[in-house]
Ligand binder design. Structure first.
Ligand SMILES: C[S@@+](CC[C@H](N)C(=O)[O-])C[C@H]1O[C@@H](n2cnc3c(N)ncnc32)[C@H](O)[C@@H]1O
Length: 226
């Protein structure tokens, strides 16, 4: 997350990272020293009990961590993360049905606390998807040689499935339907599964009759908004 943040905001000034594992902190620190120019503080701690002394920050992130924490501790943790959020909170989990259910619970709790949902949902209504369906996205990431060795894998990439919720103290400046499945393209048409601003979700077919909208729909990928 630190690398993604620094990529997006090269003028990032300061980041505070909390990590329970000394080994992970050591590796993270060594990698960040070479690559990140912002002031970074690596704190040893358990996020379920050690966030009391922290100061609020513009962006609070919690990625691929909730699934390592006892479910009973999650509401208190989410509450504290939201208290620390001066502007935006981003929570990311693996794109599994269980990860989606955890994100749904976080989303409900944040809405009850007065948060505005920025993404992926273009609304604050209950999620329109029902099991066995679940909301998730996918991003193709390159595997380094070390990565391939660690996973005993041959292919130089993998499709990382994830689910997330981004919530803000401020309402979204605009809202647009989200593509929530891989687009299905055919000759002169494309079928998009969309989560809509009115809180509904379903497939929408764009054909030549839609003119410019078809051209726009064709350029969209899973996770984009329209
Ligand atoms: C799957 S990794 C994700 C790391 C990083 N957030 C990322 O997206 O690459 C989960 C990390 O959370 C740490 N972790 C798990 N439970 C924790 C807790 N209660 N307090 C602090 N760190 C914790 C683990 O040591 C592990 O390094």
């Amino acid at each position: 997350m630190l690398w993604a943040t620094a990529d997006l905001w090269p003028d990032l000034e300061e980041a505070v990272l909390i990590e329970a594992s000394a080994a992970v902190r050591r590796v993270g620190e060594a990698l960040a020293t070479e690559a990140i120019t912002a002031r970074i503080a690596w704190l040893a701690g358990d996020v379920t009990i050690d966030l009391g002394e922290l100061k609020p920050a513009d962006l609070i992130t919690c990625a691929y961590v909730l699934d390592e924490i006892a479910p009973a501790s999650l509401p208190k943790l989410v509450d504290r993360l939201w208290q620390l959020t001066a502007d935006t909170l981003l929570v990311v989990e693996p794109g599994t049905p269980a990860g989606w259910r955890r994100i749904l619970a976080v989303r409900r709790q944040l809405i009850e606390a007065g948060a505005h949902i920025l993404a992926p949902c273009p609304h604050e209504a209950p999620c329109p998807l029902a099991a066995p369906d679940w909301c998730h996205f996918s991003h193709r990431v390159a595997r380094s040689r070390l990565h391939r060795l660690a996973k005993d894998a041959d292919v130089p990439w993998e499709d990382e499935k994830f689910i997330y919720v981004a919530a803000s103290r401020h309402p979204a400046s605009s809202r647009a339907a989200r593509v929530i499945a891989p687009p299905k393209s055919g000759s002169g048409k494309v079928l998009l599964k969309l989560c809509q601003k009115d809180g509904s979700a379903g497939e929408k077919l764009f054909t030549k009759r839609d003119g410019e909208m078809l051209k726009l729909a064709r350029r969209l990928d899973w996770g984009d908004s329209i």
